[in-house]
Design a protein around this ligand. Structure first.
Ligand SMILES: [Zn+2]
Length: 524
């Protein structure tokens, strides 16, 4: 039978240390919900002592019912010269009310001396008294041995002593942390091998990515004997981040045969990663293994041809196993072999020499010549192909729009930018006229258009723009140059990109916006 590996997700605790990341209580509740649904074993949700928001989270989360995951509160060992029952940090940890707590303690003598200012034996006593106190209060305790690998390098006997002390005091899992993230896989496996020889308590691994090796280090630890893996779902975290569970989980399960979640749950990996980053308001790196937008994207030419014939030629796994989609990047140089697989989604009988394939390829070349670019705008390509194949019925038409954009000075000095948009749309035989104002003309027309369409299609409320890119395409006549606008939109679960091009930047934006709204509505 395949060995079971436990997963602890620390997106809500270690992930929140990442630059630019700030979770509200409601964000945290949403993320905890999807992590549970995905099937992680433990959710380390925050430090109730250091952050009052976390204390509120634990209060609210206690009313929720998780089906798979157990919530854990995180905190440190007792302060020096303090009895556990008088320690505010431990009080907060107990007040969080979770059955499971994770406490971290110092393992590296440099920290014991410089940061805590205690003797090595005092540090061991602090670890023991903390864990014993928490156990006495009915808690299951995981012990995070902070800076374990740095400590092990300089004084292996002491690092081992720390683990043994924690085990003796009642910790049920001992987690070796590469807190500074500076190790390589060999360093990790060497230390883990030694620990496995003397420590019989279940072992875990927690890696940071400062050498770019967090995933490799985690896998190396598992192959050497640990059975508990910590990380953040998409790799967010302090400095260069933590081991990305969205990489480590499929690596372990699909490549190495460990058992983590059911195949059905693994097939929600991409969706879960996108949802978490959407709530986090961080873009998912395109090249993130398994779940990034480029993970299964093939550029024109031999690769696209090869994958179309047999996907194994240029893919290490079937993207569906992790809920990702294969895509073929398009450009005017790509030709019919790149266009064909996208058309076969609509009609499996089409071939490279079908007239439809030729027509769409011609249209692609024509539009790219006019300034459009479809490589990054798969949604616009799909709509264009549907139009060419006669499979597209528009959900609305813009009858007309007007935009007034102005800049007013206040006291002859400061300037305020304003834009107002008026739009009239037709849906069937009904018309709707709306107006709105925004920060700049594109924002104003986006708001007015959406307001008009939400009358007919309330589901558009779920959608919003996440990125807007403008590029000048031709530079021969700079003010009359063609402008290309790329818009990335999301409904909270999936993302799609559309393109518009025109000599008028507003018009280019309206073309891309229209496609974006049509794409959201296409299956309705
Ligand atoms: Zn960490």
């Amino acid at each position: 039978m395949k060995k079971k590996i436990e997963i602890l997700d620390s997106t809500l605790r270690d992930g929140s240390q990442g630059e630019g990341i700030s979770f509200s209580v409601s964000d945290k509740l949403k993320i905890a919900g999807v992590l549970d649904k995905f099937g992680v074993d433990f959710i380390e949700a925050g430090n109730p002592y250091s952050n009052p928001k976390d204390a509120e989270f634990f209060e609210q989360a206690s009313k929720l019912h998780f089906t798979t995951a157990k919530l854990a509160a995180f905190g440190s060992t007792v302060r020096k010269d303090t009895a556990p029952e008088d320690d505010e940090g431990l009080r907060a940890l107990l007040a969080a009310g979770t059955k499971l707590v994770v406490v971290f303690g110092k393992t590296w003598k440099l920290h014991v001396d410089c940061i805590l200012g205690v003797t090595p034996s005092e540090n061991l006593e602090m670890i023991a008294s903390t864990i014993e106190y928490l156990r006495k209060n009915g808690r299951n305790v995981f012990f995070d041995a902070e800076h374990f690998f740095d400590g092990y390098k300089t004084d292996p006997d002491y690092a081992l002593e720390v683990l043994k002390t924690a085990a003796k005091a009642g910790a049920s899992t001992l987690v070796m942390c590469d807190t500074n993230g500076g190790s390589f896989p060999e360093d990790i496996s060497r230390a883990v091998r030694d620990v496995c020889k003397t420590v019989k308590t279940p072992l875990g691994i927690h890696c940071h990515n400062d050498t770019g090796c967090a995933a490799a280090n985690t896998i190396s630890a598992v192959r050497t004997g640990v059975c508990h893996v910590q990380g953040t779902f998409t790799g967010i975290g302090e400095r260069c981040g933590n081991a990305a569970l969205s990489t480590v989980i499929p690596d372990l399960q699909l490549k190495l045969g460990y058992s983590i979640v059911s195949p059905e749950r693994l097939a929600t990996l991409s969706k879960t990663a996108r949802f978490i980053n959407e709530v986090t308001n961080v873009r998912l790196p395109a090249s993130l293994p398994y779940v990034g937008k480029s993970a299964f994207a093939h550029k024109a030419g031999m690769h696209a041809d090869g994958v179309a014939k047999q996907h194994e030629t240029y893919e290490h796994i079937d993207p569906e196993l992790v809920g990702s989609r294969r895509s073929f990047l398009l450009s005017e140089a790509s030709g019919r072999s790149s266009v064909l697989p996208r058309l076969q989604v609509f009609d499996g009988s089409l071939t490279k020499s079908s007239s439809e394939t030729k027509a769409v390829t011609e249209k692609l070349k024509e539009l790219e010549h006019a300034g459009f670019q479809f490589e990054a705008a798969a949604a616009s390509f799909e709509l264009m192909a549907m139009r060419e194949l006669g499979r597209f019925t528009p959900h609305f038409e813009i009858d007309h729009y007007r935009i007034i954009s102005s800049m007013d000075s206040i006291d002859g000095q400061k300037y305020t930018e304003k834009a107002n948009a008026l739009v009239k749309v037709r849906v069937g035989d009904r018309y709707e006229i709306t107006a709105d104002e925004g920060e700049g003309p594109v924002n104003a027309i986006d708001k007015a258009l959406r307001k008009a369409l939400e009358v007919f299609y309330p589901e558009l409320k779920k959608m919003h723009l996440i990125d807007f890119k403008v590029r000048v395409v031709t530079s021969d006549d700079s003010t009359a140059a063609i402008t290309r606008v790329l818009i990335e939109s999301t409904d909270g679960e999936t993302t799609w990109t559309t393109v518009g091009a025109s000599r008028d930047i507003i018009n280019a934006s309206v073309i891309a916006l229209t496609d974006s709204l049509e794409y959201m509505l296409k299956d309705k």
